[in-house]
Design a protein around this ligand. Sequence first.
Ligand SMILES: Nc1ncnc2c1ncn2[C@@H]1O[C@H](COP(=O)(O)OP(=O)(O)OP(=O)(O)O)[C@@H](O)[C@H]1O
Length: 266
Amino acid sequence: MARLPHSDGVAIPRGLAAHNLGFSYRHKRVLEGLSLHLEPGEWLALLGPNGSGKSTLLRLLAGLVKPTEGAVYLEGRPLGSYSSWARGQAIAFLPQNGGYPEDLTVEEVVALGRTPHLGLLGRLGKADLEALEWALTQTQVAAFRHRRLPTLSGGERQRVLLARALAAQPRFLLLDEPTNHLDLHHQAEFLGLLAGLRSLGLGILTVLHDPNLAARADRVAFLLEGSLLALGHPAEVLNQPLLRRVYGPGVQVHRVKDRPVVLLEE
Ligand SMILES: Nc1ncnc2c1ncn2[C@@H]1O[C@H](COP(=O)(O)OP(=O)(O)OP(=O)(O)O)[C@@H](O)[C@H]1O
């Protein structure tokens, strides 16, 4: 992996990188000494129990909050040194239970994703319209572009929100529990869509709760109480001792076609 020199002598990975990150809400420390990076063209799944700091980490990586310790780097430069426009062009963030304007059509909602590229007048130019069409097509939502979001199914709506994130043509995509409320078929479909986007060079980070979904990613990062417990290939990270330590003795890990399959017995 290519690395850039850093002023304190530590090598900072290219891509989107957290370096020795710490974060506290008032006096409550929720992340500590956390280093990881997301490379272009890779899908990293972030797992961890409720309250372990996953959403906080995503907000830090998106530049929405500032670290209490350490720093986030985007392509070798501190994220804090980018303007909010430049940051929005590079990193798209889809929050957990993120809202959407109910009175807009699909096309209008997706166009909102172009905001970081628009000038002060906010008018869509040729490049913006092309990006909009591209995002609608990639996520297969063009067919209902004139409908409003409340009329769509949960799976369709989630694809529209992905389209809104893609409309910015970001280099990194951060998704917080994007498969929540989706049935098995739509979970697989949505993650298949994400897997396809890697070939465009997008670096994708998804918070997931289901280790069997996380097993489809290129790498898995496991958070526990604000620290990184493990980071690596799914088959290494999703092992029985680690998962039993976190989720209890009922966890069993089997292998199907070299992929870990996690079961929980009561
Ligand atoms: N705005 C806030 N103010 C104070 N504490 C917060 C705030 N947001 C989160 N926390 C606390 O920080 C810790 C980490 O929360 P975070 O939402 O990052 O965890 P998570 O791993 O995403 O959880 P979940 O899986 O339940 O969504 C929790 O203890 C939470 O109560």
